[in-house]
Each structure stands twice: as structure tokens, then as C-alpha cells.
Design a protein around this ligand. Sequence first.
Ligand code: TYD
Length: 231
Amino acid sequence: MNLNNRKEVAMKKGKLIVFEGIDGCGKSTILQEVKEALRSLGFPVVSTREPGGTNCPVAEEIRKILLYSPEPLYPETEMLLFAASRAQHTQKFILPKLQEGYIVLSDRYLWSSLAYQGVGRKLGIELVRIINTPAVKEVSPDIIFLFDVPASVAWKRTKKRIKKQKYDRFEKEGIRFQETLRGAYLELAHKNPKAVVVDATLPAGEVAKIVFKKILQLLPKTAEREYYQRR
Ligand code: TYD
């Protein structure tokens, strides 16, 4: 679906909730827990991720290049590929789901490009924002959770996980790169009232609870919601 019309997009009914943070911050685990919890309350919820995206085969193909390219990618190539993946993902999946009234939980979105390409790859946040303008259309997240954790802690988590798989290009960059990204994310969060910084060093169960409660505040009031908030 191609939506060029501002008004149509402004009429979206669903909610877009974005999970952001450095590699190994634990956001993907929390996203799954929160998704199950929302679903069990009967909310219409779907999840997706970037680069790539649910039901987005083209964006998933771009993901393979981005994470496991056989040759080094120039920062500019990387920025444009992330934006291309996002353009496909936004129009094919996110916008239609929002219009159908779904709560869309996205593992990464625009802020990943601002932090990784804008600051990490030193292309500048403003350039990355401009390049991504056509990719995000008028989509603006209702909440952006930033899972904040020192790079050293995240690194240990990544190493544990990676034993089973192979490192992607960003994980290979190492701990200093991740610490730079952490600073970039915190600065973005500082300037955006939609951002919620969560201490991701806490046990996963506690982090999930904090996130879940925050999301419930956005949603229509129901008896179940009151019940769960009291717990
Ligand atoms: P992924 O395996 O999905 O990692 P994670 O579980 O940490 O999200 O890999 C995505 C990698 O791509 C991750 O290192 C962050 C990076 N990335 C960017 O550099 N820019 C972007 O715009 C996005 C969406 C991701």
C-alpha cells in the first residue's frame, strides 16, 4: 500500500512502539514478553524488526547484505540500504497494521540509523534524518523505549548469545563502538518527550514489567488493564 497522503496517515488508529538500544541490551527478549502479555489481555498486537521486517521479503534480503556483506560496506551504502529496507517495511507492514488498529512493536526503527550511521559511522544525525524522511513517511512512534545498559554488560550478553551463531558486522565493531552508540542514544532520548529510558541492567522480568505498564497507559482503559496494573 502506498500512502502519500498526510491526512490518511494522521488518521492511524494503532500504536507504534519502538524498542531501541545497543547490541546485547536485551530489547528483543523484552519485546517478546510484552507481546505475549498484551496478547493475553486481548489487545491486537504484532511485532516486527529492522533491518528487514515481518512479511517484508525484500527488506529481509537487504538485511542479509547489511549484516553479512561479503565485502566492507561504505558508510553511505550502509545508510542508504538501511533506509531502503525501512521504506519497504514502513509501507508494506507498519502503516497498514497501524491503520487496521494494531499495536505494532518494532525491534529497532529510525533511531538505530541515527545512532549507528549518524554517530557510529560519523555521517551526522541530520544527514541520516534527511535520507530517512521518505522512508518513514509520516510515521512517528508513540513511545520509543531505550534499553540503556553499559556497553561492557551488553558485550557479555552478546558473547553468550553469539557462541551459537556468527557475529554480524556491527557486533564485530567491539565495545568502544557500542559505548559511542550508547551515548548517542541517550542524547536522542534526552531531546524527545516520546522516549522512555529503561535501566536494562535490571532482571528481564522487572524490565518487562516497567515496559508493559508504560504501554498500558497508552491503551484504552479496560477492567483487565486495571487488574494488571495493580499487580
Ligand atoms: P540484529 O541481529 O537485528 O541485532 P539486534 O538484535 O541487536 O537488533 O542486527 C541489527 C544490527 O543492525 C544491529 O547491530 C544494529 C544495526 N542497525 C543499524 O546500524 N542501523 C539501523 O538503522 C538498524 C535498523 C540496525
